[in-house]
Design a protein around this ligand. Structure first.
Ligand code: CO
Length: 257
């Protein structure tokens, strides 16, 4: 395992890519409207990514065929935009955006409810997932280990009565989208690396209302669904470990346009 430590111009490069991905994610979340298809969102993403001067980090990654991931309701992650997948009022839309600029990559994700017609359960799911990410970020400090991040995420999710997806993890993210270490969203026993200033981690809880188990679509080989058809949410930030508080590189600062 080789964990990169970022500083100087490399760190500045990751900051730029992270801000680009945050900008695109914010624009997309604002654009989600019932009646649009998930392919419409993917096309919009292409425009917003172009504005940043970067490229989609996902397109062609291991053959992934779209600009972003757009995952609706029981789709956990890796939903591919489709013309025949129309967004309905009250749908949970999970958008995951990775942008590469100047040799560095930003990665972030957020779930929103379309059309402002949520339910108490959906509000609770999104809130718990967001708070679990915040708890994971708060645990991302020197002196802790990577496994402490997952433990913090899992605690919030369990207390809310939901379950954390176990088969998919967060990751180091900087020069490449997926770098060491893996960042599980639950307490994994065994060796876990110490957190050090300069590490950059994408922390990304995927939270299901029902079982943590998932299935992968046999036709497209990508779409990840909850095994029981229950709703799922996904929030992701890319964070820099510092001497003190972690710095959220994908906070929307609107510095791009
Ligand atoms: Co990620």
């Amino acid at each position: 395992m080789k964990i990169n430590i970022y500083k100087g111009s490399d760190l500045e490069g990751v900051r730029v890519a992270a801000q680009a991905s945050a900008y695109v994610l914010q624009r997309l979340c604002d654009a989600v409207t019932p009646g649009m298809s998930t392919l419409d969102l993917d096309r919009l993403a292409a425009e917003f990514i172009k504005e940043t001067g970067g490229k989609s980090a996902f397109l062609n990654y291991h053959g992934y065929p779209a600009q972003i991931c757009c995952s609706v309701n029981d789709v956990v992650v890796h939903g591919i935009g489709r013309a025949d997948k129309v967004i309905n009022p009250g749908d949970i839309v999970s958008l995951d955006v990775g942008v590469s600029v100047g040799g560095f990559t930003g990665d972030n994700a957020r779930s929103v409810v379309a059309g402002g017609v949520s339910t108490p359960l959906k509000d609770k799911l999104l809130e718990a997932t967001r708070r679990s990410l915040e708890a994971g970020i708060a645990a991302a400090v020197p002196g802790n280990r990577v496994c402490d991040i997952g433990a913090a995420v899992e605690k919030v999710v369990k207390e809310a009565g939901f379950s954390v997806v176990r088969d998919m993890v967060g990751h180091g993210c900087g020069r490449k989208m997926h770098e060491d270490p893996q960042v599980p969203n639950y307490r994994l026993p065994g060796f876990s690396p110490e957190l050090k200033p300069g590490m950059i981690l994408a922390i990304e809880p995927m939270v299901n209302v029902g079982t943590w188990r998932i299935t992968i679509d046999k036709e497209d080989g990508w779409t990840v669904r909850t095994a029981d058809g229950s709703l799922s949410a996904h929030f992701e930030h890319q964070v820099l470990i510092t001497q003190k508080e972690p710095e959220v590189l994908t906070c929307p600062n609107h510095q791009i346009a």
